[in-house]
Ligand binder design. Structure first.
Ligand SMILES: NC(=[NH2+])NCCC[C@H](N)C(=O)O
Length: 368
């Protein structure tokens, strides 16, 4: 499994993924022109010399090298809210209190806001059902944190992830159904399609701009506030383990939680290291006795090169560290586009119980 930047040739697969992933997956909408533009934008972003993050969008694919199949996607928006506003509802508490009458009551409100302007956003993580296997989800999720650690000038100091909220297989969202009944006469899928293809004017025009008291909402809508889609729960757990937290900002359409973490605080950023690749031509990799010097207690390591347009990453056991150098076989060096002496970044993966590995890879398929 190799991670690489997306190219024009991946358009058909990207279209399939956009169809498979459904209406709540707003960063990939099944619209060929929009997806072709997204690929071009990604290619230009990887090519661009960047000093401060602007409107770059990086989209990677996970490829099965043996077959050339694209197994999934993963992305980073360098500066969310830069080209068009990024809206959320903020959960607030309002207290009405009369000292004279000795009465008080606290109620929750939702207020539309643009709080997260200027954050980098991780997005578009999708692992196709037929390619669920150990480490695939991990690689798709964590590779973004290594890419950010390698190229911090391209990203904000703060990172968010918008987690998909609750909707059913027929595309009905309990939160949207309440909004729709009172404010915006439009299907959930139409609203997410508009947002996903970059049309956000209707939010200012039609969505409520005054605080909404949640006590006045339907019970169905209230219970899904800050809740994730059932298929997104494992992805949420993984990001929480990386240090991400929910601060009460929720999606305008399905009330899914947005979570945030400082880049420097992300576990995979802190636990990964810069090193130099040394290509071992001696053929020692086949021999025994190398295991004790391998990374992590599982011996598995996420390795990347330090490139942008030529970025590559994989998870392997076929490596070890020696005085700060990463010793790799010529075959692996070739796959990762690494030459002897090139900078690299490594993240030792800790031992996961086999059952856990399976669950993670499987359940990450719908991700966030
Ligand atoms: N609450 C939501 N549905 N938010 C949108 C989730 C989008 C998802 N993070 C994506 O990249 O497409």
């Amino acid at each position: 499994m190799i991670i690489r930047p997306i190219t024009d040739k991946d358009l058909d697969t990207l279209f399939q993924i956009a169809e498979e992933s459904g209406p709540g997956f707003t960063s990939l909408m099944p619209d060929r022109d929009a997806l072709a533009k997204k690929i071009d934008h990604s290619t230009a972003s990887f090519e661009r010399k960047v000093i401060h993050p602007a409107d770059e969008h990086y989209l990677f694919v996970l490829e099965d090298e043996a077959t050339g199949d694209v197994m999934g996607t993963t992305g980073i928006e360098a500066n969310a809210g830069h080209t068009r506003p990024l809206y959320h509802f903020r959960r607030n508490t309002v207290t009405h209190h009369s000292r004279d009458l000795d009465l008080r009551r606290s109620e929750e409100t939702l207020t539309r806001c643009n709080h997260y302007t200027g954050y980098s956003e991780i997005c578009s993580l999708y692992l196709r059902p037929e390619f669920r296997r150990a480490n695939a989800g991990k690689l798709l999720s964590r590779v973004r944190f290594l890419f950010m650690a390698l190229h911090p000038e391209r990203f904000s100091h703060n990172i968010i992830a918008e987690m998909r909220g609750v909707s059913d297989s027929a595309g009905q969202s309990p939160f949207w159904n309440w909004l729709r009944a009172h404010f915006v006469d439009m299907e959930f899928s139409q609203a997410t399609h508009l947002v996903g293809t970059g049309y956000t004017d209707f939010i200012d025009e039609l969505m409520p701009s005054h605080p909404l008291y949640t006590c006045l909402m339907s019970q169905e809508a209230r219970t899904v506030l800050s809740q994730v889609h059932s298929q997104t729960r494992p992805a949420l757990r993984i990001l929480e383990a990386e240090g991400f937290q929910h601060k009460g900002f929720i999606d305008l359409f399905d009330a899914g939680p947005t979570i945030e973490c400082a880049l420097a605080g992300i576990r995979s950023v802190r636990a990964s290291n810069a090193c130099r690749a040394r290509v071992d031509e001696s053929g020692a990799f086949g021999k025994t006795g190398f295991g004790h010097r391998q990374h992590g207690d599982s011996g598995q390591t996420l390795i990347t090169n330090a490139g942008t347009t030529d970025f590559r990453a994989t998870i392997t056991t076929d490596t070890f560290e020696e005085s700060g150098d990463l010793i790799i076989s010529p075959a692996l060096a070739d796959k990762l586009h690494l030459q002897d002496g090139d900078p690299s970044r490594i993240l030792p993966l800790s031992q996961a119980r086999p059952a856990q590995t399976r669950t993670t890879a499987m359940e990450l398929s719908y991700a966030y």
